[in-house]
Design a protein around this ligand. Structure first.
Ligand code: NAD
Length: 313
């Protein structure tokens, strides 16, 4: 049985990590969050120590490490806001633990280089949650693409609208310096999946970018992709919105619609199973997606030219 510590325990995604730790028959020994709304811990690990101050959490984890205690932390799971991930990963590795970090791993590619040095110095490892790589529909698509003529480029249209209320722009998620902006915070899943399925990234153009919506064109070895992301409910097609739906996901690759709306939730547990079996996704596997979001963030939008997404019209 492995011992886990968790950073960001009061947040939205933390319970999926608690569930994954429990479902893989492991133990949560310590948790940190600056917010103390963490009653959810009782549903999973009521015996875990909880801290609202980093320094006390650090002291506790260090005590367990030095005493070679039965509860010495083997993994630190990181569910904090995006701009804190690299610092929390450094803490994990320097504490003698491996890290399991939420997406996006970091905001910029050069942050990955610093983390590689810490991996070398400590001999510990960073694993990331890239759950779409484990989704059966995406694995099937990857296989289909691998079997296609190697010269063929698929025409892909990716539309992802996941409505958020007014709170979004007033939280860290709406602050580009903390979340990286919409393409980083929400899009990173898809850019990673596109690279995983369609190979090396060759072109990256941005047509439109605002705090609530972004759209552009990406070209990969095996695909030309126009993409549209939004957190604005008004972008949901009328016939879908009139049925009360606040999310719209569509990926079309050639003549095929890829349906991956279901089966998202339990992919954290599958991610943990893979990591514990030594098949986690490491730092380098994140590089292309992080380069993609970093370029999108800094690009000057081109407007309606070239291969823009039809929703921009
Ligand atoms: P959230 O705001 O709900 O939770 C973040 C938590 O971190 C909060 O409880 C906050 O109090 C805590 N926190 C902030 N600063 C801290 C600090 N210095 N030390 C300790 N705790 C601190 O956000 P969320 O939606 O749970 O997102 C957390 C992470 O998970 C983000 O990186 C996000 O991108 C990622 N995420 C991944 C998925 C996925 O499908 N894989 C889905 C949602 C979020």
């Amino acid at each position: 049985m492995k011992n886990f510590a968790l950073i960001g325990a009061a947040g939205y995604i933390a319970p999926r990590h608690m569930k994954a730790i429990r479902d893989t028959q492991n133990n949560l020994v310590a948790a940190l969050d600056k917010n103390d709304s963490v009653g959810i811990i009782d549903s999973y690990f009521p015996e875990a120590s909880f801290f609202t101050e980093f320094e006390r959490f650090d002291r506790h984890v260090d005590k367990l490490r030095r005493a070679n205690h039965a509860q010495k932390v083997d993994y630190v799971s990181i569910c904090s806001p995006n701009y804190l991930h690299d610092s929390h990963m450094r803490f994990a590795l320097r504490s003698g633990a491996d890290a399991i970090c939420e997406k996006p791993l970091v905001l910029n590619p050069w942050n990955i280089d610093g983390l590689m040095d810490i991996e070398k110095d400590t001999g510990k490892q960073i694993n990331t949650i890239l759950q779409l790589r484990l989704h059966p529909a995406i694995i099937e698509l990857k296989q289909k693409v691998a079997q296609a003529d190697s010269q063929h480029k698929f025409d892909v249209e990716l539309t992802y609208i996941t409505s958020r209320g007014n709170w979004y722009l007033n939280s860290w998620k709406g602050d580009e310096t903390k979340s990286g902006g919409i393409a980083t915070n929400i899009g990173v899943h898809f850019y990673d999946m596109l690279h995983f399925v369609f190979g090396a990234l060759q072109q990256n153009q941005v047509h439109y970018h605002s705090p609530t919506c972004a759209s552009g064109y990406l070209e990969y070895e095996k695909a030309r992709v126009s993409w549209f992301l939004s957190v604005d409910v008004n972008h949901i097609p009328e016939q879908v919105r009139s049925q009360g739906q606040r999310t719209y996901r569509a990926i079309r690759a050639g003549d095929q619609e890829i349906e991956f709306s279901g089966g998202f939730t339990d992919l954290h547990t599958v991610s943990y199973q893979e990591i514990l079996a030594g098949r986690g996704f490491g730092l380098e596997e994140n590089r292309v997606a992080i380069e993609t979001v970093s370029t999108i963030r800094d690009a000057k939008p081109l407007g309606l030219v070239g291969n823009y997404h039809p929703f921009l019209r």
